[in-house]
Design a protein around this ligand. Structure first.
Ligand code: DI6
Ligand code: FE
Length: 407
């Protein structure tokens, strides 16, 4: 057989769950045919390919997957960041009309082209940290027209490539100013008008909500989830980030793909997530940036068999983190994940959080979504931070990024 591309002499972290830690194979070759992996295993001398690349023992992992971002937005919140360092809390600023609502104003005022260009630049940063798939949420439009506009821009980013984009409708992010006195009316509009329009245009792959005192109640989230599932869309939830709002249990009850943040989730909630196979998406960047003292209960997640993913939550308010490899470092340093859990969290388990079965591990038949790193040990990806370790990314077998070796 002749491969389109053959990578030889690699340390391959396949991230397949059975077998060696990291599913690691040393001195391995990866054969790629028509965008898919057709061989991974020991180096064999007589394999032929259109392009052969000897990677000299360096590490290849699945291209990383960021399963939670708010990558499309207008403006920044640098002023708010400085105010927080002056002593104000995130919740105080949100209550005073700052926070998410201020990004909503800047996003509504931005043109489609400005939203696209801003997000495309950030996606370039993410690609250079080894990312091949990114989930992007709406949630800064908060009216029918602007939520649809954000999702259309997200779809355009996916079409433009090279990074694969998965989208989530997050209209239930916070109560828009126009509905301050009547959030139930906003929720009804989301359920009855917006979700059907999103489905009609195929703009979202899932529906998300923010269950929190400063956002939406359990009952309001139930309504959104019920409407989403009736329309055939899977759900996910921002759960128990700032307080225990029983979000983990609610997500499990609806069989959500993921429940995200979880700093204040109860043991019962996490147990329910384990039974429902709902992925816990851990976001150490927001924890650090907001200087949260409570950490997610990783021990309970391990005990109840909750799959753990790691994401940046890239957004202007709580997590201006634009490298998924930096999030891996934070996940070990802040949440005490092992380096293997951290890499599983940005590959195999992140794919599960997005409901994707064709990426996240390296094996025959999987998409050739691969990242090449300037290290040989998989644990090094959670050890170094701030170093541009990623040397190349292939997405569906195509070269998507190649480090500039001239300097
Ligand atoms: N939780 C978060 O961390 C982001 N959204 C959410 O529901 C924050 C978004 C923002 O502050 O703009
Ligand atoms: Fe978020």
């Amino acid at each position: 057989m002749t491969y389109d591309l053959l990578l030889t002499h690699a340390s391959v972290a396949t991230m397949r769950p059975d077998g060696a830690p990291y599913g690691l194979i040393r001195d391995a070759s990866i054969g790629i045919t028509r965008g898919l992996i057709s061989y991974v295993g020991p180096y064999e001398r007589d394999m032929s390919a259109t392009i052969v690349r000897d990677v000299a023992g360096r590490l290849i992992t699945p291209a990383l997957i960021d399963c939670h971002t708010h990558m499309i937005f207008g403006g920044t919140r640098i002023g708010e960041f400085e105010a927080r360092l002056g002593g104000k809390s995130y919740a105080e600023l949100a209550a005073a009309g700052g926070g998410i609502v201020s990004t909503v104003e800047a996003t509504r005022a931005a043109s489609d082209a400005a939203l696209f260009d801003g997000a495309a630049e950030r996606m370039g940063w993410m690609l250079r940290s080894g990312v091949g798939t990114i989930e992007i949420k709406s949630g800064y439009g908060l009216n029918i027209g602007d939520e649809l506009r954000m999702l259309r821009v997200a779809r355009q980013l996916g079409t433009a490539g090279p990074v694969r984009v998965v989208t989530s409708l997050l209209a239930a992010h916070t109560v828009p100013r126009e509905y301050r006195g009547d959030p139930d009316r906003y929720i009804a509009e989301v359920c009855e008008e917006l979700i059907p329009l999103v489905v009609e245009e195929d703009l979202a792959d899932s529906v998300d909500a923010f269950c929190e005192g400063i956002a939406f109640s359990n009952q309001q989230v139930r309504e959104v989830f019920t409407a989403a599932q009736r329309a055939g869309l899977p759900v996910r939830l921002h759960a128990d980030q700032l307080t225990d709002g029983h979000g983990a249990a609610l997500a499990a009850e609806f069989g959500a793909l993921s429940a995200d943040h979880l700093e204040h989730a109860s043991e019962e909630g996490l147990r329910a997530m384990g039974s429902a196979a709902t992925v816990a998406v851990l976001i150490p960047g927001a924890s650090v940036f907001l200087d949260e003292t409570d950490r997610p209960n990783i021990q309970a997640m391990r005990q109840f068999g909750v799959p753990m993913a790691v994401s940046t939550d890239l957004n202007p308010g709580t997590s201006p983190v634009a490298s998924l490899q930096a999030a891996m470092w934070l996940a070990t340093a802040r949440f005490r994940l092992t380096p293997e859990e951290s890499l599983a969290g940005t590959t195999r388990n992140a794919a599960a959080a997005l409901g994707l079965v064709d990426t996240g591990t390296i094996g025959p038949g999987m998409r050739a979504d691969l990242a090449l790193w300037a290290v040989t040990e998989p644990a090094a990806l959670s050890y170094w931070t701030g170093a541009p370790l990623c040397e190349a990314v292939w997405i569906a077998g195509k070269s998507a990024y190649e480090v500039d070796t001239d300097d």
